[in-house]
Write a protein that binds this ligand. Structure first.
Ligand SMILES: NC(=O)c1ccc[n+]([C@@H]2O[C@H](COP(=O)([O-])OP(=O)(O)OC[C@H]3O[C@@H](n4cnc5c(N)ncnc54)[C@H](OP(=O)(O)O)[C@@H]3O)[C@@H](O)[C@H]2O)c1
Length: 289
């Protein structure tokens, strides 16, 4: 995986994407459960994203469930040739919206088939196995069986590339011993830096790191350092948080989520926000402040 400039494209396996993608979770209802209040708005956000050059959309059939995938299909099918739609398996939603682990071989096959059907695809470009040994964050536990099952679906032609999500470095190594892992998707942002060493190790190995919650997710990033750098640059704190990710390491491919066209435009503009070495040094201290 190679990249030097913010707007460059980067390889994920055999596919190339631009540095800033789009995370579609916000397009379902509150808590990523049920339909959105503004379906037309959701369709408009996706079309605007692609219009502005986004070619990496992150989704999951558990968003809704089904809702986000069906909106992506309605908005964008037939898909542009260069669009990578990444999805995740390993969980299902309970009747009241709980996120329940489900990763027997049969579970994973069913989830891959659901994603294919709801997205209107014959093959999924990138499927992450999303581990859930703890709700508090990545936790140890063997992922051998589910990754082996996913590799089997890959051999059958249903999945092009495999990634891992919500995983520890030990699980990344375990997965890589089973099959080619092209991307890791974990929580990472300016103030949530637990994966610093993993980000660097994956960059050395040519593996993409897709930071989820780049803007803090359910809890917006709060940092006086971020606010002050943003004020000095005449940018929003969120734009600076995204620009920091883009400069932090060339393998970081943020997927900020929004249900707003205006917010999407603001987020994409962060690709051209220059951060100086001094800005980076200041921002690097934000998680310790
Ligand atoms: N693998 C996993 O376990 C996992 C877990 C969580 C998420 N994800 C993926 O990561 C993606 C990103 O995460 P996320 O969407 O939850 O969190 P996020 O990108 O960190 O933040 C999204 C939140 O920020 C707001 N926002 C975005 N841009 C804004 C702007 N310019 N100004 C003001 N507010 C703004 C959004 O509200 P508005 O809609 O009002 O803009 C939304 O509330 C998801 O869409 C999903 O694809 C993966």
């Amino acid at each position: 995986m190679t990249s030097s400039h913010l707007a460059d494209s980067v390889s994920i396996g055999s596919l190339r994407v631009r540095r800033i993608g789009y995370g579609a979770m916000q397009l379902a209802g509150p808590g990523a459960f049920g339909p959105p209040t503004d379906r037309q708005g959701a369709l408009a956000v996706l079309r605007e994203a692609v219009e502005r050059g986004v070619n990496h959309i992150d989704t999951a059939d558990v968003y809704g469930p089904r809702v986000t995938n069906e909106i992506i299909r309605e908005a964008l099918h037939p898909y542009p040739a260069d669009l990578l739609i990444a999805t995740k398996v390993g969980m299902v939603r309970g009747p009241t919206g709980s996120w329940d682990p489900a990763y027997t071989a049969d579970d994973l096959r069913r989830q891959v088939e659901d994603n294919l059907r709801h997205l209107g695809l014959d093959v999924l470009d990138l499927v992450y196995f999303r581990a859930s040994f703890s709700v508090h964050g990545p936790a140890e536990g063997s992922i051998e069986a589910p990754v082996t099952a996913l590799a089997q679906l890959q051999r059958q032609g249903l999945v092009r590339h495999i990634g891992l999500s919500h995983v520890t470095p030990t699980q990344v190594a375990e997965g890589r011993a089973i099959t080619d892992i092209v991307a890791v998707q974990n929580q990472y942002n300016l103030v949530h830096r637990g994966d610093d060493a993993l980000v660097d190790a994956l960059a050395r190995a040519g593996i993409a790191y897709v930071p989820f919650f780049p803007l803090g997710g359910w809890t917006p990033l709060a940092s006086a350092t971020l606010e002050s750098v943003a004020a000095r640059l005449g940018a929003t704190p969120r734009q600076v948080a995204l620009a920091w990710l883009l400069r932090r390491s060339p393998n970081l491919l943020p997927i900020p989520g929004t249900a707003s066209v205006r917010h999407l435009q603001e987020n994409l503009a962060s690709a051209s926000l220059p951060l100086s070495d001094d800005d980076m040094a200041t921002l690097d201290g934000a998680h310790r402040a």
